[in-house]
Design a protein around this ligand. Sequence first.
Ligand code: DOR
Ligand code: ZN
Length: 433
Amino acid sequence: MSAILIRGGTVVTARGGERIDLLVRDGMIAKGAVQDAKAKVIDASDHLVLPGLIDCHVHFREPGFETKGTMESEAGSARAGGITTVCDMPNTNPPTTSIAALEDKVKRATKANNCDIRFFFGAMEREHLKQLEQLWTADVHRLLKGRCAGLKVYLDHSTGNQGAGKDVVEEAFQLCAALRIPLVVHCEDAKTNEEARENVMEKGINAHSLMRPPESEERAVASVIALARKHGALVHATHLSTAQGLALIRQAKKDGIAVTCDVAPHHLFLSVDDYAALGARAKMNPPLRTREHQEALWGAIADGTVDCIATDHAPHTREEKDIADPLKAPSGVPGVETLLPLLLTVAAGEWPHPTSSSPVPHLRYEDIVRLCFTNPNKIFSLRREDITEGARTPLVIVDPKGTWTITAKTLHAKCGWTPYEGWRMTGGVREVL
Ligand code: DOR
Ligand code: ZN
């Protein structure tokens, strides 16, 4: 029997903060003036207590790409950053496009038992959708289905070449609508990117953003909204990066279409101005945009258009990233351990970028919980519990005022680098229970 008394902390939910003691007895929460003489006491005065956060978009790389990361290494990184539930993407090797591949991933996830890993199914072919249908409808797969967060489709190729053709995309919408499966879409338009690629002469890393232009996202989001309208699927547009993409989502929500979205920390904190210092380490899909888009993303958080912030944690090794031709380097950045500190810094009233100045966006601690716990929990039916009486929720004790500097040396992701090296943080994770 274990008991921990967290005394004097402010418990944060999406509704706000409440100063209340918590007793965690054998993993179960009791609230209020609870007594247990044998409990280990944690003094949390001047600290915040958050539910273990949810990151609904990560690439933990296993199986197939263990040199970049493993479930165990990346789960450790997530937990150190206050994230205790993640949804892993299907672009592994083998890809998660069959029930057998999902089953294998679920087995592997038992090694990372300090993190609740859920998995998205992928589909590039009709056969993959058949497998998903079976997973969702056959009673023998009930438990496995409980580990699947939904379906992910790519409208254009990205790392792993999982781009799906128009027919498969349309069928995916039909199937997801019929079975109420959450459908996550990578919104870049293949044709627009192809045309842009032909016209870009530039050879440096800046070309990456020109070859995957904002119009590509705009067209993809427009087609996703049209399909959502036609079929009535629950669609989630992930890692939106442009003002236009978000404007379309804002309007679709006003029109009553069941569409939700997330944005990623690299688009919130970095822009094309960072290529000069970071080179291919700032290469990801969708790519970095101009400062105007970056500001529009914060605006869409402020007005409620954005439902979640998700990291798109996509580690690659330093060797892969630092090759001579930056355009040949793989796309993706790690981010699962730095998300919460970056957001805490903004909530503390500071802009963390060391060289770009910006008005500090308005963000409260309860917004962080809403964007990184409550909303993803609901959208993907993850069944995680809020900090309530009797719940078994992992707890994150946060020091909101402590200052420290990000350095890859102290982070836990296997890749050993971060695009935020040397950034000064205000607020960090003290303990995860
Ligand atoms: O930058 C990215 N990296 N975007 C993706 O869509 C895939 C990801 C990866 O798996 O590396
Ligand atoms: Zn991704």
